[in-house]
Design a protein around this ligand. Structure first.
Ligand code: SAH
Length: 420
């Protein structure tokens, strides 16, 4: 049988919320009756401007089933954004107040109220509109006038439904709530009726979008009613996404970026040295071609301001005896002026904000070696680097490299032979 709606009706309901969130950009959102957190997950993906995303359901087992899908991914740690996001999931009933649910911009209640008795709907109204008192509320519930169009349906759409309202019944309840708590409401829905019958039947899922009236925030009767700080819900899950607004994370990302760039500049310097050496030992037409590349490298070199420095002694950081020994083995290091890093590496300048800030952060960091005046990052040549380079030079001089390559080729030939 052809599906009645495409996309499926539950997807259309969630998409309605996502579109609303995209347009209105609420920062704190709570989904009541969140079940397996499907809507929360979509909101997490599509809207990074939300900084508090909360789910509540009376059925803790349902919530726990997929709640870990809301955890940050590896990329959230590797490339943290500036946005802050905290996700919290609670087990609790929407008929009970909990102080942690006040002060939200948006409350969503998708296909929930029909699961409550009419007495509980009264409590729900007081808790949501009176106590939580958010800026906006989106409520969806079945439109019973559409039921004759649902094939094979007798009775309610779900065995747990306590009622299903006509559009007029939903409107009466919604308008009463608006009058009592200072909201206005617009009616709409998802899941259109067959052609020509929309007017008389309405949407399959009817939706009320409530908006708090100006001047009604935080001053309604129930909120000022010595609003007790009740904590009726049980916290099941809480996670803070990594954010660059966290100083430790910002520092870590910035230092990685600085070290990456200084390494990058070091490689460029090595390339330049190789070019210089190569230029000394070649003839004729090759020279022109190689010197062009060397000029490019030199240009990069100048742009990036990396330069070789002969070190007279250890760098300015306090050194232990062991470190002093290490440093005595060092002969030189590469120096990258902070000013150059700051002006040529967009991520470094964006993360640090100012040159002074960059200097301050790097001064405190044990992984970064700053020059005595604090104006440049020093990148040491450790013994291994020097050793490898000297070894290469020696091998090159003695012609051993060529011989070694020949031997390897012979070994390879043997391997291939064995594999045939
Ligand atoms: N909103 C979800 C699921 C709707 S089904 C969606 O859009 O797919 C209704 C959900 O409401 C169920 O998960 C049920 O456990 C929850 N529920 C029922 N009574 C509740 C109550 N008093 N308080 C909180 N959640 C309730």
């Amino acid at each position: 049988m052809e599906p009645l709606f495409s996309p499926a009706l539950h997807r259309q309901r969630h998409q309605f919320v996502i579109d609303f969130v995209k347009r209105n950009k609420p920062r704190k959102v709570v989904d009541l009756g969140c079940a397996e957190c499907t809507l929360l997950e979509k909101l997490r993906w599509f809207q990074r401007e939300i900084d508090l995303l909360v789910g509540v359901d009376i059925d803790g087992t349902k919530v726990k089933k997929k709640m870990h899908a809301l955890a940050p991914m590896a990329t959230d740690y590797l490339q943290p954004s500036y946005e802050q996001l905290c996700v919290e999931l609670y087990q609790g009933s929407v008929t009970q107040k909990d102080a942690r649910l006040r002060g939200f911009d948006l409350v969503t209640s998708i296909e929930l109220i029909e699961h409550l008795t009419l007495d509980d709907v009264e409590c729900f109204s007081e808790v949501v509109f009176g106590y939580m008192n958010p800026v906006d509320v989106i409520i969806s519930t079945p439109n019973s006038e559409f039921n004759p169009f649902l094939p094979g349906l007798s009775g309610f759409r779900h065995s747990d439904h306590k009622f299903e309202w006509t559009r007029a019944e939903f409107k009466t309840w919604a308008q009463t709530v608006c009058l009592k708590f200072g909201y206005e409401v617009e009616f709409t829905g998802v899941g259109a009726a067959p052609p020509g019958q929309q007017e008389s039947v309405g949407f399959c899922s009817q939706i009320g979008v409530f908006h708090r009236l100006e001047g009604k925030d935080g001053c309604n009767m129930l909120r000022c009613d010595n609003a007790e700080d009740v904590f009726a819900y049980t916290l099941l899950y809480s996670i803070n996404y990594p954010s660059l607004r966290d100083n430790n994370i910002l520092r870590r990302v910035l230092v990685c970026e600085v070290l990456r760039w200084t390494e990058n500049l070091k490689s460029r310097w090595s390339m330049k040295t190789t070019c210089d050496e190569a230029l000394c030992g070649i003839e004729g037409g090759e020279e022109e071609c190689l010197s062009e590349r060397c000029m490019e490298v030199e240009e990069e070199q100048t742009v990036c301001g990396a330069e070789m420095r002969e070190l007279m002694g250890p760098c300015e950081k306090d050194l232990s005896k062991d470190q002093e020994n290490d440093y005595s083995k060092l002969q030189r290091c590469e120096s990258v002026p902070l000013e150059v890093l700051w002006s040529h590496c967009p991520k470094v300048s964006a993360l640090s904000g100012s040159l002074d800030n960059l200097r301050r952060i790097l001064t405190d960091d044990p992984d970064v070696n700053l020059s005595q005046d604090g104006n440049a990052v020093l990148l040491q040549y450790d013994e291994q680097d020097l050793g490898e380079k000297e070894e290469q030079d020696d091998l090159q001089d003695s012609g051993y490299a060529e011989a070694r390559q020949h031997c390897l080729t012979a070994e390879q030939e043997e391997d291939w032979g064995a594999n045939v």
